[in-house]
Write a protein that binds this ligand. Structure first.
Ligand SMILES: [Zn+2]
Length: 148
């Protein structure tokens, strides 16, 4: 499902942002981040809560929007996208792998263990937002740092 979503983000982003081959715009990162992350947060909540609660789900998703927003623009706030070579450590394949592993652990270990703790979902949402930024940057010509 994530692969299909990613393809969708990549494809629509190309229509929205012609500069994508070099540098996705901030808006592309925000929209891409939300489209990629929100369903995963929602599905995780739905799949892992023992007492499914629509009110809490709404709360989780609402605050997740803020967390994803921050996560999806943070890499470019740390390393300003003044040119296509701006991507350093916080835009690296190492960082991407680390976020992949941490998000994966959050999704399958931490979130189920702390079922009703809204806070856990918010960290998870932030991680997914950051992850989406790196994935989106990785699709560009320059890619991420460490791939040449
Ligand atoms: Zn970036």
């Amino acid at each position: 499902m994530s692969a299909v979503l990613l393809l969708f983000i990549y494809d629509s982003a190309h229509y929205i942002d012609k500069r994508l081959t070099l540098m996705p715009r901030r808006l592309t990162h925000i929209v891409g981040g939300l489209v990629f992350s929100l369903p995963i947060v929602g599905v995780s909540y739905w799949g892992f809560s023992e007492n499914f609660d629509y009110l809490q789900l709404t709360l989780v998703l609402a605050i997740s929007v803020v967390c994803i927003f921050i996560g999806s623009i943070l890499p470019d706030l740390i390393e300003r996208p003044t040119n296509p070579d701006h991507r350093k450590f916080f835009h690296s394949w190492f960082m991407l792998s680390a976020f992949f592993i941490v998000s994966f652990v959050m999704c399958f270990v931490v979130v189920p263990a702390y079922d009703q703790k809204v806070f856990i979902y918010l960290i998870f949402a932030f991680l997914l937002g950051y992850l989406s930024h790196l994935l989106l940057d990785a699709t560009t010509k320059k890619g991420l740092k460490g791939k040449g």
